[in-house]
Every structure is written in structure tokens, then in C-alpha cells.
Design a protein around this ligand. Sequence first.
Ligand code: ROI
Length: 167
Amino acid sequence: MSNRCYIGLGSNQSAPATQLYRACDALAALPQTELLSCSRLYRSAPMGPQDQPDYVNAVALIDTALEPLILLDALQRIEQQQGRTRKAERWGPRTLDLDILLYGHQQISCDRLQVPHYHMCARAFVLYPLAELDPKLTMPNGTTLQQLLKECPAGSLEALADLPAQG
Ligand code: ROI
């Protein structure tokens, strides 16, 4: 069985755009998984602690037969392969962050994984790229993406380039 999953990508270290392109290649190479589409890249000021560089974010849509926790393991391996170290500081800079935003219409709550992702409903750097991939998307609880966007100003968010077109 296959599941449509939206993955959030973010980086603000070590050439962030390159990190995101590499991560998309790694998503496409996952077993039992097809990369269906990727949003453009977006730059935004850091949410949370301000003494760190701007972030580059994107959202990818994959079709996968990997179970949620197996997918999470795979995403964490990609983060590690791209130099992610888990530091004590919460909300500090990172080379690569990969989050499962949505996994089909499932709601998942266990100690390792929360789907839909905790804060996605109020984060411009998630909602605007998501809308590029599917403007008619509905959350598992029935809230539409368009409703969420109305309550979430774009702020400093700025679209950069098409993800697949860049090397
Ligand atoms: N801020 C932005 N703009 N983008 C992110 O991906 C991001 N990720 C984070 C915190 C530190 C909360 N801030 C962010 O984890």
C-alpha cells in the first residue's frame, strides 16, 4: 500500500540550498518510495532564536510504502549523512531538518512522532510551499490549508528558485 506524505525540509548551515537539493535526491533514492514533487525553495528569517542565519525551506511530496516510524528512521539517517548533529540548544541552527508533516490522512501520536507535525499549522515556511504542491489540501481534522493560510501572514518568506532545476 502506498501513502502520500509531505516532508518539510529546512537548513540554515553549510550552503542551505545545496543541502535541500541533496536531501531531495536522497528522498528520491529511498526504497519503496517515489518522489512526486518538490516546492520551490523559500528563504525566511529564523523563527525562534534570532542569533542564527536565515533558513531555506521547501516541502516535498513522496509516495511511500514505508511505515511511519521506518520513514522517520530513514529521514534521520539522511539528516546524519548530511552532517546533522543533535545539539543541546533547542531551536538552534541546523544543516538539515527533515520532518514528516503529513502521512496520508493519518493522525499519529507516539513519543518519537507527531503527525500532523506539531507546529506546521502556524508556520509560513511550511504552509506556503505546501500550498504550491496542493492548494486544495485538507488536514486530517478537516481544516483546509486555505483556512490556515488566511491566519498565517507570509512575513519575511521569499521564494527563491525551482528545486528540481538546480544542481
Ligand atoms: N525558522 C525558519 N524560518 N525555518 C525553519 O526551518 C526553522 N526551523 C526550526 C526553528 C529553529 C524553529 N526555526 C526555523 O527548527
